[in-house]
Design a protein around this ligand. Structure first.
Ligand code: CMP
Length: 144
């Protein structure tokens, strides 16, 4: 089914010049970019995004990392884009991520893993609502 997912290029990905690379991979796969913005978020916002991880020992460091610079927040749409998008992203630990995936090709550190992708349709819905409270413009012409 056609789904939407939330993809974020994290501060390390932005600083290392990987924005175009990430967008290119999702575009070439055949997904549709529906919303995108470059933003720096507050600590409280990062804590909300990662609320499910608040009890983890790495939570503080994770929040520090996400607020350390601008991120690119995106909504991608397409067939099974939630699970397929996570395949493009690769395993959370870049050392376990397969070559050919974004993390497998561009990262070595779980704490600097370049990109985030929603892990379920339900979390995608929540994350899109959190990051794009202004809503997402409809495409004027039917592209798919
Ligand atoms: P992400 O896909 O954004 O989802 C949760 C994030 O927590 C994950 O990517 C990593 O950036 C981070 N994370 C998960 N496990 C660890 C860990 N053991 N140490 C540091 N960061 C982690």
């Amino acid at each position: 089914a056609t789904e939407q997912t939330f993809i974020m290029i994290k501060p390390d990905g932005v600083q290392r010049g990987l924005i175009g690379e990430v967008i290119s991979r999702f575009e070439k796969k055949g997904f549709y970019l529906r919303a995108m913005k470059l933003i720096s978020v507050e600590r409280s916002f990062a804590e909300k995004h990662y609320a499910d991880l608040s009890s983890k020992p790495f939570f503080g460091g994770l929040v520090e990392y996400i607020v350390s610079g601008p991120v690119v927040a995106m909504v991608w749409e397409g067939k099974q884009v939630v699970s397929t998008g996570r395949k493009l992203v690769g395993a959370t630990n870049p050392l376990a991520a397969e070559p050919g995936t974004i993390r497998g090709d561009f990262a070595v550190d779980i704490g600097r893993n370049v990109i985030h992708g929603s892990d379920s349709v339900e979390n995608a819905r929540k994350e899109i609502a959190l990051w794009f409270p202004e809503g997402i413009a409809e495409w004027k012409s039917a592209q798919h």
